[in-house]
Design a binder for this molecule. Structure first.
Ligand code: G3H
Length: 193
C-alpha cells in the first residue's frame, strides 16, 4: 500500500540549547544527518516529492536529496507549533519568567495554548487538511518538526489525543509508514550520526 516517509529536521542550534521555536540553522551534527539522509534517499528510495516546512532547519535537512529544487514543496502548514510570546526562550527561561504558565502547560500539555501561539490541538487542526493530502500521495517524504510529527503519528496510528504531546519521535531517524490491512505499519530507520 501507500508508503509515507517522515523525518524531523537534523539537530539545530536551538535543540542544543534546549530553546523553543525560532528559526535556527542546523549544527554540524545536523548537517551530517542531512548528508546521510540524502545518501540514503538517493541510493535506496524513489521519492516523488519532498514536503518541508518553511523553516531553515527543514530546508537544510533536505538539501542533499537529488533534484531537491524540483521535488521540494514548502508547506507553511508543516511549521513547528507556534510558541507565541515564549518563542526563542529556553525551557528554563520560560519557567523562570512565567512559572504559572509553565505549570499550566505541564498540567495540560494537549490543550495549553501558548499566549499568541498554538496548542497541540490547534496544531492538529492546522495540519488536518495536509494530512488528507499526504494520504493520497505515493512515496512522499515529509521533513518537519517533532510536535507536527506527533500529530501526524497520532492520526495515522489512531492514538488517543491525550497521548499526542508525549509521543517520542526519534531524532536523526527516518520513519516509514506503510498502509497495509487497514492500518499503518511503522518502521524506524536510525542513522548513525
Ligand atoms: O520544539 C518543540 C518540540 O518539537 C516540542 O516540544 O514537547 O515542549 O511540545 P514540546
Amino acid at each position: 500500500g501507500r508508503i509515507l516517509y517522515l523525518t524531523r529536521h537534523g539537530e539545530s542550534m536551538y535543540n542544543l540549547e534546549n530553546r523553543i521555536g525560532g528559526n535556527p540553522s542546523l549544527t554540524d551534527r545536523g548537517h551530517e544527518y542531512a548528508l546521510q539522509l540524502g545518501g540514503y534517499v538517493n541510493g535506496k528510495l524513489r521519492i516523488s516529492q519532498v514536503w518541508t516546512s518553511q523553516l531553515i532547519r527543514t530546508l537544510q535537512t533536505s538539501a542533499y536529496i537529488q533534484d531537491i529544487e524540483t521535488k521540494r514543496i514548502q508547506k507553511p502548514e508543516l511549521n513547528e507549533i507556534l510558541s507565541g510570546i515564549f518563542d526563542h526562550l529556553t525551557y528554563e527561561e520560560f519557567k523562570a519568567q512565567n512559572p504559572k504558565e509553565y505549570r499550566q502547560r505541564e498540567l495540560n500539555k494537549l490543550t495549553y495554548q501558548y499566549p499568541s501561539g498554538e496548542s497541540y490541538l490547534d496544531l492538529c487542526s492546522r495540519i488536518e487538511p495536509i494530512m488528507q493530502a499526504m494520504d493520497t500521495k505515493e512515496n512522499l517524504l515529509v521533513v518537519c518538526h517533532q510536535a507536527v510529527i506527533r500529530c501526524i503519528l497520532a492520526r495515522f496510528q489512531r492514538k488517543a489525543a491525550i497521548e499526542i504531546p508525549y509521543i517520542k519521535v526519534p531524532s536523526h531517524s527516518l520513519i516509514k509508514l506503510t498502509w497495509v490491512d487497514g492500518k499503518n505499519l511503522m518502521e524506524v530507520i536510525p542513522f548513525d550520526v
